[in-house]
Design a protein around this ligand. Structure first.
Ligand code: 5GP
Length: 114
């Protein structure tokens, strides 16, 4: 198991406000929310970032998006809208080396992002 904060959350070594879990994915509330709804959707598989995904990961990557969409419905933001964000590398501000999809909603979001 990789030694980063999300790997420890997946392993239940440290707590998180989990909103969804199945055999392939885990979703929990961001500790520093940037919107009324800010949830991180992760594969349980240790993929460092989207650039580290390989052939064979396609279904898993798609699963993360359908899980995010289901969580958005559960959170009541499907009709108002939401944004899914995947940060990769320094210029995007990626800070945890375990692939994660940000689900942001519950307020109007600016475009383009900063
Ligand atoms: P990144 O900048 O890598 O795209 O996003 C990492 C996100 O993880 C940030 O929004 C940050 O607030 C969140 N985060 C970092 N550490 C923790 C933690 O220990 N628990 C939770 N729930 N979120 C965290």
């Amino acid at each position: 198991m990789a030694d980063n904060i999300f790997a420890k959350i997946i392993a239940k070594q440290i707590p998180a406000q989990i909103v969804f879990e199945d055999d392939r994915a885990l979703a929990f509330r961001d500790i520093n929310p940037q919107a009324p709804v800010h949830i991180l959707v992760l594969p349980k598989k240790a993929i460092a970032n989207v650039g580290a995904a390989v052939t064979g990961d396609e279904a898993l990557l798609g699963h993360l998006l359908t899980v995010a969409a289901q969580i958005a419905r559960n959170e009541g933001i499907d009709s108002t809208g939401y944004r899914l964000v995947v940060n990769k590398g320094r210029d995007a501000g990626e800070s945890v080396p375990h692939l994660h999809v940000h689900l942001l909603g519950g307020r109007s979001l600016n475009w383009p992002p900063g």
